[in-house]
Design a protein around this ligand. Structure first.
Ligand SMILES: Nc1ncnc2c1ncn2[C@@H]1O[C@H](COP(=O)(O)OP(=O)(O)O)[C@@H](O)[C@H]1O
Ligand SMILES: [Mg+2]
Length: 237
């Protein structure tokens, strides 16, 4: 049984079907990439998985349970977390307070302390800057905080929306290494949404390409990297 499974998922903004009858799954312990151009429906898909948007039709299952109509707080409790596109930090709060905001609903202080420790090990810069206002950090540092905030919920499934967007190449490399470590060391399942298809497909076990709200390719990350259509459309080859 897959950890997450979407069946014929359709998500609409009014009359616009941003995502149309898509089917995909995430196995426990996998990194799954969702690639596609701007406007393809990637963020909409993630919003529907975390419960910020209700699907017009279709079903979502998490660990065998139907979560299609469940609210976002219950989904976080069930073990799903989202680091949203554009980071969405509280700029006038400290880095530490931003991280703690992600632990809302985590009952155990020990878990909160352990997650903070893990985030600081993963991103030493975040520890150095924990007392600073989040808004004063560089884009790359803010992205680390945003990933950290999602990790604070101690999820089983971590979803990252465009973690490399607008970030200096050196920091993109650090974030990619962190994504690999989170997956390997914690065996955490990850859904990675990226316009940077090369980066995402290199990291991913499995991948889907989305175009105009529909899945046009599915396979192993390496298979999509080698696919002539993907190369031409997204890799500039
Ligand atoms: N809040 C919104 N209201 C109306 N349409 C939206 C909204 N957000 C996104 N869309 C539309 O839905 C489609 C998919 O958008 P999105 O999921 O953000 O794509 P991606 O994340 O792949 O760039 C696009 O056509 C976009 O214009
Ligand atoms: Mg998006």
């Amino acid at each position: 049984m897959p950890m997450l499974e979407a069946q014929d998922l359709t998500v609409s903004y009014g009359r616009l079907e941003a995502v149309r009858k898509i089917n995909f799954s995430v196995e426990a312990g996998q990194i799954v990439a969702l690639v596609g151009s701007n406007g393809a429906g990637k963020s909409t898909t993630l919003k529907s998985i975390i419960g910020l948007m209700m699907p017009a039709s279709g079903t979502l299952r998490f660990e065998g349970r139907d979560i299609t109509t469940m609210g976002p707080a219950a989904r976080v409790q069930a073990g799903i977390a989202l680091s949203p596109e554009g980071r969405r930090l509280f700029g006038r709060m400290t880095v530490l307070d931003n991280l703690l905001a992600g632990a809302h609903g985590v009952a155990s202080r020990q878990v909160v302390a352990r997650m903070l420790d893990e985030i600081y090990t993963l991103f030493p810069r975040v520890q150095e800057r924990r007392r600073q206002l989040a808004g004063s950090l560089s884009g790359g540092e803010q992205q680390m905080v945003a990933i950290g905030r999602a990790l604070m919920a101690n999820p089983k499934l971590l979803m990252l929306d465009e973690p490399s967007l607008g970030i200096a190449p050196k920091i993109v490399f650090e974030i990619a290494e962190a994504i690999k470590r989170i997956n390997r060391e914690k065996n955490m399942s990850i859904v990675l949404v990226e316009q940077n298809a090369r980066l995402a497909l290199r990291l991913a076990h499995n991948a889907y390409a989305l175009e105009n709200g529909e899945i046009i390719r599915a396979g192993k990350g390496a298979e999509l990297l080698a696919d002539p259509f993907i190369q031409k459309s997204y890799l500039g080859i």
